[in-house]
Write a protein that binds this ligand. Structure first.
Ligand SMILES: CC(C)(COP(=O)(O)OP(=O)(O)OC[C@H]1O[C@@H](n2cnc3c(N)ncnc32)[C@H](O)[C@@H]1OP(=O)(O)O)[C@@H](O)C(=O)NCCC(=O)NCCS
Length: 185
């Protein structure tokens, strides 16, 4: 098993992105319900995202995807009028600005690989990469769609700051000195 960052310059970025969408479909069942947009939309947003994939051999079996939010984006998310499949460009920030709020747009592990700490390892790997590249993370936001999702984020002391239009909790996780908290394995 290995964890690999997905480079936005990867010539196969479209294929990789499709693989991530397939993982989502397998993990969340109904992609329309999850409202996460289509391949063109995902590919267009790659520049503002950091994603890492979990590989078993040559197959992706899980991933994490974090997107940089602008101040407008944070305000919009807090308002609850938020749809992962329709994030406007004014709501996302350029990751290269090196100081940003993050939105955890996805974390998903195929059922066979769950409860073995892989989501935590993907999280910690992301934290290390941001740190290594000198990013200062303001806060981390998420909308928790599932009990497992909330269970996973619970150890980071999430604060529920609102609800989206479907009633899912909108949460904020504090960073310390610009660093993401690390999960205990
Ligand atoms: C959420 C998800 C990514 C967790 O992946 P995972 O690799 O099983 O998570 P980990 O093994 O790293 O577990 C981390 C912690 O999350 C919590 N957790 C994980 N699954 C949980 C569940 N079913 N119920 C409650 N808590 C859970 C636990 O605190 C766990 O720590 P522990 O095993 O030491 O008790 C996985 O369940 C998944 O892909 N679910 C479907 C997609 C999804 O719901 N994504 C989140 C949308 S908001």
């Amino acid at each position: 098993m290995k964890i690999v960052s997905i480079s936005n310059n990867d010539p196969t970025i479209e294929n990789l992105t499709q693989e991530l969408i397939d993982i989502d479909r397998q993990c969340l069942g109904d992609l329309d319900m999850a409202d996460e947009g289509d391949l063109d939309y995902w590919t267009a947003n790659r520049k503002s995202t950091f994603a890492a994939a979990l590989y078993d051999g040559s197959k992706i079996v899980g991933y994490i995807d974090l997107i940089a939010l602008s101040n407008n984006g944070v305000r919009q998310l807090k308002s609850g009028d938020w749809h992962d499949g329709k994030i406007d460009q004014i709501f996302i920030a350029d990751l290269s600005s090196h100081s940003t709020a993050l939105y955890l747009i996805a974390v998903a592990i195929l059922p066979k690989y769950r409860r073995q700490g892989w989501a935590k390892k993907l999280w910690n790997y992301s934290a290390e990469q941001f740190s290594k590249n000198g990013y200062s993370i303001r806060d981390i936001y998420a909308v928790t769609w599932t009990p497992n999702g909330f269970g996973f984020l619970k150890s980071f002391r999430p604060e529920i700051i609102g609800r989206d239009s479907a009633g899912h909790p909108i949460i904020r996780i504090k960073t310390l000195n610009g660093k993401m908290p690390i999960a205990n394995l």
